[in-house]
Write a protein that binds this ligand. Sequence first.
Ligand code: PEP
Ligand code: MG
Length: 323
Amino acid sequence: QKAEWEELKDAKTLTADGKQFTLGANIGTPKDVAGATDNGAEAVGLFRSEFLYMDASELPSEDDQFEAYKQAVEGMGGKQVVVRTMDIGGDKELPYLPLPEEMNPFLGYRAIRISLDKQDIFRTQLRALLRASNYGRLAIMFPMIATVKEFKAAKAIFEEEKAKFVQAGKPVSDDIEVGMMMEIPAAAMIADKLAKYSDFFSIGTNDLIQYTMAADRGNERVSYLYQPYNPSILRLIKNIIDSSHAEGKWTGMCGEMAGDQIAVPILAGLGLDEFSMSATSILKTRSLMKKLDTEKMKKLAEKAVNECETTEEVISLVKEFTD
Ligand code: PEP
Ligand code: MG
């Protein structure tokens, strides 16, 4: 097995019948890039930029952020790096940025909601990203988008900052893709509308599952409801992928589910384009893909989405399929 994985490091991700997928890594700091490339990552599908904020004693400067993003895109040597703008709030606090106490932090003031409100922080981050775009293939995505209006507002601020670079004659890449996390059921339901504006989607199943099932992702007592394979979740995922494809866009997934060996055949069958996971799951997943057939996975996914009633039924369906 080790020998097979070694060989797969520099290989493309292909199914038995030759359909190609992209396997990316999730990273938290630029230091993680080495682990990503060592494990054969074809992209960074999620760079959680929060570390820059959480590991500091004050708001990170534009220069500090620039260095981190530059290091990441350079380290990936031309492969795409999707940086997610700050996702603070929820359970992630900053000592130097006191946020109001809330009854339901996961339903409160977090992520893009803070960025759109405290625009100086957001614009500083965007400027650092624009500068780093000159050193590799950078993409940007916004966390916790719920509405078309939010996406348009965030994108407009990005465009404003970019226009300032151009006006000042400062170099900036001309093909930065600007996308969004799909992690709120409301957004998943209107994916067809959002797909007109967003260059790509990245499905954040960690949050999408908790919000869809109304079950806190960290609460043991309701963990029985945290069901990645529940047909409700699969239907949302299908709608997101189909909507993006109808507009000629692509969809990735950066939640834990992307590297889950039971989920992979269904997700591939639904046409997910990019799977982003912890680096250590990449080669295992590339090896699994090699054994799978596209048409069979499509039928499997259709059955799971349309015929299954429970998460248990979906699990046995996949087990039958891969055995
Ligand atoms: C997610 O919600 O699935 C996700 C990838 O983001 P995070 O785990 O950082 O909330
Ligand atoms: Mg999330």
